[in-house]
Design a protein around this ligand. Structure first.
Ligand SMILES: Nc1ncnc2c1ncn2[C@@H]1O[C@H](COP(=O)(O)OP(=O)(O)OP(=O)(O)O)[C@@H](O)[C@H]1O
Ligand SMILES: [Mg+2]
Length: 239
């Protein structure tokens, strides 16, 4: 005689298996492992984006409200894959331009997008060293390629005052690089920090009309914290 087997009963899962403390512990360990991997992946991406560690501490929004508000508007309107816009944070040394730019970049990185931090002084050093040293040359090339590809790029310290290479003047080199970046990144977003008051037409003119056109095409917002007292700004350096 052939025994009849109810096929459905073969797939019935005994739910009590999942209620055991052993199973719950295994599940918790699995979730913890997943969270650890996610965190490690995020750390790897932050490292690859070259965001300076000194800006990982929280940014104080009360210090420069105009800058903070501009950053929030930038974050609210920025959407991955859509035509980008630019933000120029301009002001005296120590006013927190780089820290605010890093805050924006970290938030966009956490949304899963590709971001990159390019310190222009470091880049120039790599280029100069690259004349004699092939490793520096390759590193400079990599930096520039990553800068062009990033969905959001921070171009930190354009024409730094006291710089060995530019000594605070927007040289033709700077103008050329900003032009290239503005040209190549037309559909992407760039955040520039500099010590120049870009509301000043004379400075803008030094960037060349073609660059300004390209930056303006992306609806560039220029934020200058010159109303922030310089001495108060210095305090943050001393912390
Ligand atoms: N709003 C803020 N909240 C917390 N820390 C801040 C704030 N603003 C500035 N700082 C701190 O003050 C120091 C100087 O800021 P930052 O380097 O961003 O200034 P900067 O304007 O980029 O200066 P520089 O032109 O010299 O590069 C940093 O240690 C930064 O973390
Ligand atoms: Mg800075």
């Amino acid at each position: 005689m052939i025994e009849q087997i109810d096929i459905n009963s073969m797939f019935l899962i005994d739910q009590t298996v999942f209620d055991t403390p052993e199973h719950q512990a295994r599940l918790a360990a699995y979730e913890a492992e997943k969270a650890k991997k996610r965190q490690a992946e995020q750390c790897r991406r932050i490292h690859a984006a070259k965001i300076p560690e000194c800006f990982f501490k929280p940014y104080d929004p009360a210090y420069w409200p105009a800058g903070w508000n501009a950053a929030q508007r930038f974050l609210a309107s920025w959407t991955q894959g859509e035509r980008g816009h630019n933000l120029i944070l301009s002001g005296a040394s120590g006013t927190g331009k780089s820290h605010l730019a890093a805050d924006i970049l970290l938030k966009i990185l956490k949304r899963g997008s590709r971001v990159y931090w390019l310190n222009t002084e470091l880049y120039k050093t790599m280029l100069m060293d690259g004349i004699n040293d092939p490793h520096s040359r390759i590193r400079a090339l990599e930096m520039f390629q990553k800068a062009l590809r990033a969905e959001v790029l921070v171009l930190d310290d354009i024409a730094k005052k006291g710089s060995h290479y530019t000594d605070g003047k927007t040289t033709s080199w700077d103008a050329h690089k900003i032009y290239l970046i503005a040209e190549q990144r037309r559909s992407k977003s760039t955040i520039i920090t500099c010590e120049w008051d870009l509301r000043n037409r004379e400075v803008v003119n030094r960037l060349t009309a073609a660059t300004v056109n390209r930056l303006e095409e992306n609806g560039t917002k220029i934020i200058c914290p010159y109303t922030v007292p310089y001495l108060f700004a210095r305090k943050y350096r001393e912390v």
